[in-house]
Design a protein around this ligand. Structure first.
Ligand SMILES: [Zn+2]
Length: 288
């Protein structure tokens, strides 16, 4: 079992000051920038490059309460089962392109979910699964230093995805990969904000500096139907009350989730990219 200290150790040679890009001098309880003298606290193997802020929307708050009530393990199993989206094996896809143990892979906007003990978790919020707490607009890495960045349903939550993708390009090693799951036909979901969607053609513009290795539809049209139906019914049945909506949404998920498995007929089909709830893009930074 990798500890947070082992992950921090792995990070030390690639982290740079988010304010001035200067090198960092690591001590036990803080990192100090050799350029601008900024001090960044380190607590339990976690580095804080910004002041931690409050977080969450109604559904997030409700999920937090359920998590306390059920315990983390049962919560994760339960939520994955009743989620209306077809269960795509994201980690297997990541392992097709990376060896997380020997390479430095950063999960951008990881939230409260550690996908692999060797993958670095980065988020704006101080969740337990986060190793680097920072602003996604100011990524704290040296140029050409990271083997790859991965993200799941994150780029729709940042106001300037183009600027972030440009930063990712600068921080990724030549020949390194990016694996990004980005919603296309997906209802609005604040977490804490939700700004944009990309078609498969739009992704090619977003990643224009990269080689597009593959684009897949990790779910299918049944997931799309379920997402729309559950969103519609939870608005109608809650009479627009956002607090009630969170509960109604979970109840509807619990009742309707088995239908999602019908997507086994459609998953990964290129012909369904045109109506994909989310599209998974694998991109590669050119060697030169
Ligand atoms: Zn600095």
């Amino acid at each position: 079992m990798k500890t947070s200290l082992a992950r921090l150790q792995k990070l030390k040679s690639v982290l740079a000051c988010p304010a001035c890009q200067g090198a960092l001098n690591f001590r036990d309880t803080e990192a100090v920038c050799l350029g601008c003298a900024a001090r960044y606290p380190i607590r339990q193997g976690k580095i804080y490059l910004i002041q931690v802020s409050g977080r969450g929307d109604e559904l997030d708050t409700l999920k937090g309460r359920l998590k306390n009530w059920l315990g983390n393990y049962y919560y994760r199993i339960g939520v994955n089962v009743i989620a209306p989206t077809y269960p795509f094996n994201y980690l297997r896809k990541v392992r097709e392109f990376f060896d997380p143990e020997s390479q430095l892979v950063v999960d951008l906007g990881c939230g409260n979910h550690r996908i692999d003990e060797n993958i670095i978790g980065l988020d704006l919020f101080d969740y337990a699964a986060v190793d680097v707490v920072c602003d996604l607009n100011r990524l704290p890495f040296k140029p050409d230093s990271v083997d790859g960045f991965i993200s799941r349903s994150v780029l729709e939550h940042v106001p300037e995805p183009v600027a972030i993708v440009r930063q990712l390009h600068g921080k990724t090693k030549p020949g390194g990969y990016g694996i990004h799951l980005i919603p296309f036909l997906f209802p609005f979901h604040a977490s804490p904000y939700d700004y944009t969607r990309f078609t498969h053609a739009g992704q090619k513009i977003l990643f224009r500096e990269w080689q597009m290795v593959e684009q897949t539809n990790p779910t299918g049209p049944i997931t799309l139907g379920l997402l729309c139906l559950i969103e519609f019914l939870s608005i109608v049945l809650s009479l627009g009350n956002p607090k009630v909506k969170g509960y109604v949404y979970l109840l509807l998920c619990a009742g309707l989730f088995p239908l999602k498995y019908l997507d086994v007929l459609f998953v990964n089909r290129k012909s369904f990219l045109a109506m994909a709830p989310s599209i998974l893009a694998v991109v590669r930074k050119h060697e030169h």
